[in-house]
Design a protein around this ligand. Structure first.
Ligand code: GLU
Length: 473
């Protein structure tokens, strides 16, 4: 039975790199009809942040990554929050003490630092295993408990990275239980993965060099280790650094707030370092479950390419049916839209649907549909084609346009015909005449198609705005 887990520490928000680990673990379990487990690793009280547990659950929910076992859900291997499992770690620590594979280390941090300096001065490697205390004391609460390692070379198979080898020098007497009574990650996750019968551990590259310690601990505990799958880094947008909060990696829920669709985020995140052997980039979750395999995770880093996310999201926005479109856009309308009828907003939404990359662009792209925008002659002066044209000519075109368009019923089709007629009559290109009219009726440099835009705005608004521009010219 495949049992995978997502085991975040509740230290703050989750970014795209973190949620990718969850997504891959979820897909792996679902593909094999196994179970996906959420475990909260809150053993570092100093780094914990308020509300982070709920945030983690919210992120999983936002992408529909439902866990089968975990906090707030029953499962036979709980509790799934490490701070509620302290007795379990103590019990396992005692097993190690009893078998001579753990010892209390009464030294303070200052004493350990002094030993480190001493080792450095005498050009010795500072490995705690060479500095075991002389006598073995009874372990008292408040004292560090260390693993008594048995260093050896290790070679193991990583499901993504292939065969990995580390020398014996990477194994040391790491801390099992800290002086505050909490276990270290190194100890707690090994115990929990075993007790929770985790078959596959998916996690980031930063853990690879510690695997020899984990293997050594498994041997000491006489338990089998799970399969390891090391995920390549998610790199920042420049592709030169691991994505990190320190460098401004965004909270996954921020993307949701900005109006990225769940399916877009899932597709984007799944294809950060994984592909199904084709160039497909848009999938739904079921398709991903069907196609996912660890074997197709790449070994090199995957760059966060926002253009790609925008493309995926835009493509999916264009496929939304009217109900979903209206449901999604409803929280993004500018305040000025408040008193407009639903039918009008529907037309605006459909016009925007062809252009939106994400819904938070709605106010900027739609404001002119709801409110006259301040006159801005620079839009004309700075336009390469319109700038050099005499103002009188522009005014003549505006007045001719009004005349011809006053014959229109302002349906999109009819406007289209009349506007094309105007091109012929003035012998101008759309880049000139339509730009002028677009600026007149919107006061922004780009908008949905001119006929569609004018049809939505209606004759009164269009003519009022054309008059205002003509007067200003
Ligand atoms: N608690 C660890 C972290 O958040 C999890 C690593 C793991 O998946 O084993 O980095």
């Amino acid at each position: 039975m495949v049992r995978s887990r997502f085991a975040p520490s509740p230290t703050g928000y989750i970014h795209i790199g973190g949620i990718r680990t969850a997504l891959f673990a979820f897909l792996l379990a679902k593909k094999a009809q196994g179970r996906f487990i959420l475990r909260i690793e809150d053993t570092d009280k100093a780094r914990e942040s308020e509300g982070a547990d709920q945030h983690i659950i919210d992120c999983l929910n936002a992408l529909s990554l439902a866990y089968d076992e975990g906090p707030k859900k029953r499962g036979e291997f709980g509790p799934y929050i490490q701070s509620e499992r302290l007795d379990i770690y103590k019990e396992w620590a005692n097993k190690l003490i009893a078998s001579g594979r753990a010892y209390p280390d009464p030294r303070t941090k200052e004493e350990l630092d002094a030993l480190r300096d001493q080792a450095k001065a005498s050009k010795q490697a500072f490995l705690i295993r060479n500095f075991r205390p002389q006598e073995t004391l009874d372990w008292q609460p408040g004292t560090l408990l260390r693993f008594k390692s048995d260093p050896k070379d290790y070679t193991w198979h990583d499901e993504v990275m292939g065969e990995l080898s580390f020398p014996a020098s990477s194994v040391d007497d790491f801390v099992l239980i800290k002086s505050d009574g909490f276990p270290t990650y190194n100890f707690a996750h090994v115990v929990d993965d075993h007790l929770m019968q985790i078959s596959h551990v998916l996690r980031g590259q930063e853990f690879v060099s510690s695997v020899p310690n984990y293997l050594n601990l498994h041997e000491a505990l006489k338990i089998e280790h799970p399969l390891y799958a090391t995920l390549p880094h998610v790199l920042n947008e420049q592709g030169n650094k691991k994505l990190s909060k320190r460098d401004g990696a965004k909270d996954v829920l921020e993307y949701v707030k900005e109006g990225y669709l769940e399916e877009a985020l899932v597709s984007f995140i799944a294809t950060l370092g994984w592909n199904d052997g084709t160039t497909q980039e848009i999938y739904n979750l079921d398709e991903l479950v069907d196609k996912f395999s660890l074997a197709r995770i790449q070994r090199s880093g995957a760059m966060l390419d926002m253009k790609r996310l925008n493309w995926i999201n835009g493509s999916l926005i264009r496929q939304l049916d009217e109900n979903r479109l209206m449901d999604k856009i409803k929280n993004y309308w500018p305040a000025e839209a408040k008193d407009y009828p639903e039918e009008y907003k529907k037309r605006v939404a459909k016009a925007l649907q062809q252009r939106l990359k994400y819904f938070a662009e709605t106010p900027d792209l739609s404001l002119f549909f709801f409110k006259d925008q301040p006159l801005n002659l620079e839009l004309i002066e700075k336009d390469k084609l319109l700038g050099p044209i005499e103002r009188q000519t522009l005014k003549d075109w505006l007045s001719l346009s009004k005349e011809r368009l006053s014959q229109s019923d302002f349906s999109e089709n009819d406007l289209s015909d009349k506007l094309n007629g105007l091109l012929k009559e003035t012998n101008q290109k759309p880049g000139v005449l339509f730009s002028l009219l677009r600026i007149a009726v919107t006061m922004v440099p780009s908008s949905p198609g001119l006929a569609e835009t004018m049809s939505i705005l209606g004759q009164d608004v269009c003519f009022k705005r054309i008059d205002a521009l003509a007067a200003a010219l």
